[in-house]
Design a binder for this molecule. Structure first.
Ligand code: SF4
Length: 82
């Protein structure tokens, strides 16, 4: 999978721990940074494709990525059923 987008990530300007927050305040802080990132979509897709469980990727928390994965799986199943 292409990882060239990583050099453009806004997170390179912050300590890595910023994107592995311990509480909700930290999650919001990381998500605000991701919201300004030019490669957020690539980042999110990378995390989903690689089943990355920890941290904020593409502005999505671990819980949000799990929800997104489930929704996508349901979408695929719905397409197959029709
Ligand atoms: S979306 Fe967030 S975690 Fe991903 S590259 Fe951008 S700043 Fe880093």
């Amino acid at each position: 999978m292409n990882t060239e987008w990583m050099v453009e990530g806004k997170c390179r300007e912050y300590p890595a721990g910023t994107f592995f927050p311990q509480d909700g305040t930290g999650v919001i802080k990381a998500q605000k940074i991701c919201a300004t990132c030019p490669v957020a979509q690539e980042c999110l897709e990378y995390a989903l494709a690689n089943h990355i469980e920890h941290g904020i990727w593409g502005g999505a928390s671990e819980r949000e990525r799990r929800r997104l994965q489930r929704a996508r799986r349901r979408g695929l199943l719905d397409l197959r059923a029709s």
